[in-house]
Design a binder for this molecule. Sequence first.
Ligand code: GLN
Length: 529
Amino acid sequence: MTAAEDVPIEVSKLFDTILVLDFGSQYSHLITRRLREFNVYAEMLPCTQKIADLTWKPKGVILSGGPYSVYEDGSPHVDHDVFKLNVPILGICYGMQEIAWINGKGVARGDKREYGPATLNVKDKLCALFADVDHSQVWMSHGDKLHALPTGFNIVATSDNSPYAAVANEDESIYGIQFHPEVTHTTQGRTILKNFAVNICKASTNWTMENFIDTEIARIQKLVGPTAEVIGAVSGGVDSTVGAKIMKEAIGDRFHAIYVDNGVMRKNETEEVYKTLTEGLGINLTVVDASDLFLGRLKGITDPEKKRKIIGNTFIHVFEEEAAKIKPAHGQEIEYLLQGTLYPDVIESISFKGPSQTIKTHHNVGGLLDVMKLKLIEPLRELFKDEVRHLGELLGVPHDLVWRHPFPGPGLAIRVLGEVTPAQVKIAREADAIFIAEIKAAGLYKQISQAFAALLPVKSVGVMGDQRTYEQVIALRAIETVDFMTADWFVFEAAFLKRVASRIVNEVDGVARVTYDITSKPPATVEWE
Ligand code: GLN
């Protein structure tokens, strides 16, 4: 049986789904997030989606905000067939202006832009969208506004600057709001979205990871069929571990995990990953120790981009060699490659304004698809990171692993600045282990988004036991961030930094000085290289 004959069931056919059509607002993905937070499944598609091409019927449609103006040439417009679906529609900001433009064209540039908080006055207390909502703060972000009521609509709420803060055609279940209910600054935004999805669209609130596990396992089994085999790279990170565990649950030992030790992993990492994945989670795992190969190829290389390329290419080469050694029990070739793609990657790649149509590749294995003629399997592609974590907990993945800080593919090679030698890796590895152990002991690990030690290739003079020393410098980095696009450095107490610095200088040979990195992103990046 091949996958082509055996089309997988779509999640949007298994759960009541609200369709979010994205007009390019920076908040669009938050609409999807908020709905899922109260257990309604939502999927986002570009605003250019042809309704006739949908293979499933949404329970309701939300038109997002966007940076364009509806009256401009070239601005994006929704497929008018959306109104023929006969399901409730909610337009947010640009989405509302789009509804108004279609129903009378009463949209123009406002006298002043409105950005920030405003107070909502609900005029029509019976409007289903505003059940339990009144006089609360809403968040505005627009320059255009409605200057006439769309045909067939009533005013249901106002604000000081927006006489049409919310409009509704309740006979047709079409609603428009000028403000953004998806941002937390709109204090009752969640209630408004829930009123729409649950009360108006009647979507069921059954999107839970408990329900997802069963449907996803059934989906994987159907897709892979009774005999095909799947391989995947695991790194010890949460996404690849949760992906591997769900594959194991679905097809047992027909899933083959490969972990490549590239010689630049953290302290005890390979042993810990092996133990957790095999003894703990029962995954069919091969560990390849390719440290010498990686470190040999990195010899003499100082340029960060070259280091990254060498590690990426060597990884593909090692993974391919190992995969070729796996002889599937049923005498068939391996057909699938597991990839831990998450929903934010999918959103980015389907965005109608985005240049790229290909999904970001993970763990540098993208090239394998062509070379090995493998098909992709992506069990996490509908999930946000916090949903993956929740799924991991339910599947019995250890708590520490589920909440682990991200670790980049090139590992310690980009935390050892300059040339990567075994001796330098050892210094960075020991210093990092002390820093992380102290963070955990202080109960700060979860508050911090990412923390590590970097070894700087400079020497500095010190004095130890009356002797002059001339040794290297460790830079500690710890950041807080929501999405890793921007980040700020974590404010430790002085006593904590003192303790870490003293332990590193005392316990790690080759380090005479410790500094703490107090740069935000931007202008700096999280990693040093
Ligand atoms: N571009 C439109 C405006 O300025 C819509 C803005 C938005 O959707 N946030 O009004």
